[in-house]
Design a protein around this ligand. Structure first.
Ligand SMILES: Cc1cc2nc3c(=O)[nH]c(=O)nc-3n(C[C@H](O)[C@H](O)[C@H](O)COP(=O)(O)O)c2cc1C
Length: 279
């Protein structure tokens, strides 16, 4: 018997561009895949608090992610106190969903522990001064965060990332009392989604636009991107959202100027201020 939910979840991601071969999996019944395929950012939360132990359970899921050389060069700060969370929300793009969510997790690229360990082990810290180590910390944090996102959604909670945590990194570091050699990368609001949410999963680029076999090819970009602009226009219409621009127009606008970066153009300088070597 086919599993209509799974086939529908796949179709929602790609619309008309759904790869034919995925029909093979229409009968799949797998809660992990269903959770992954059904992801959508949630920005409307109930006032309802999270069950006791949820923060620790989510941290366990996050810590279960792979980690480069098992260095675990990340940390997370859980904000639940209303005033503290509101102060963070103000710094993170003044986004209301951060205030409304019962939990706001701030993910940290954290080399502070490794500096301490080198000192403790009476070793130099030269290797920590390279850009590679910032990248290791950022990758570890992102993998841990995505594990937390999937775990949250598996528990029936909703999440929304907040890259706006990089809009005022100095002030956010002060608020969270972050040590030198650490920086907030992004936040994640977590809570019970409001009951009447009508949002469905947002379509993604045609798979052929980013899945390459053996070698990379950009030949089909014009047709793939045009097809995606069309799919997204239909998606926004179905969600009764007014999109004044196509996906490619708004994407270009998001990256075209220094000003488009919401103050994050100074991030490299702030990383250096916070003790990251970036050699
Ligand atoms: C690292 C990261 C930062 C994000 N920052 C924000 C943010 O500050 N505010 C917001 O409303 N959404 C934010 N998002 C959510 C994206 O807008 C969203 O994931 C994207 O539009 C795709 O929609 P979906 O998550 O519903 O599939 C962020 C997502 C990621 C991965």
């Amino acid at each position: 018997m086919s599993n209509p939910l799974f086939a529908e979840l796949i179709a929602r991601r790609y619309g008309a561009s759904t790869p034919e071969v995925l029909r093979e999996f229409a009968d799949t019944a797998n809660p992990v895949l269903e959770t992954l395929l059904d992801h959508k950012s949630v920005r409307q939360f109930k006032k309802e608090p999270l069950a006791a132990g949820t923060v620790e359970l989510l941290a366990t899921a996050a810590q279960s992610a792979a980690s480069s050389s098992n260095l675990q060069a990340w940390s997370v700060v859980a904000l639940q106190n209303e005033e503290h969370k509101a102060a963070a929300a103000t710094l993170c793009g003044n986004q209301q969903f951060i205030r409304d969510a019962p939990l706001f997790m701030v993910f940290i690229a954290d080399l502070a522990r490794l500096y301490w360990i080198c000192e403790h082990e009476k070793q130099p810290t030269e290797g920590l001064e390279f850009f590679e180590m910032f990248l290791v910390a950022a990758l570890d944090a992102a993998l841990a965060a995505q594990n937390m996102a999937v775990a949250s959604e598996g528990l029936g909670l909703g999440i929304c990332y907040a890259g706006a945590a990089r809009n005022h990194p100095r002030e956010l570091a002060d608020l969270l009392k972050l040590p030198s050699h650490s920086i907030a990368l992004f936040g994640m609001a977590i809570g019970h989604p409001q009951d009447d949410l009508k949002t469905t999963a947002k379509p993604r680029l045609p798979q052929s636009g980013l899945l390459h076999y053996e070698t990379y090819s950009s030949e089909q970009w014009p047709t793939e991107i045009e097809a995606y602009n069309q799919t997204m226009a239909e998606f926004y219409e179905s969600q009764q959202m007014n999109a004044h621009q196509s996906w490619s127009q708004s994407s270009a606008k998001r990256v075209c100027r220094k000003e488009s970066l919401s103050g994050r153009d100074v991030l490299r300088q702030i990383l250096e201020e916070r003790g990251f070597g970036l050699r």
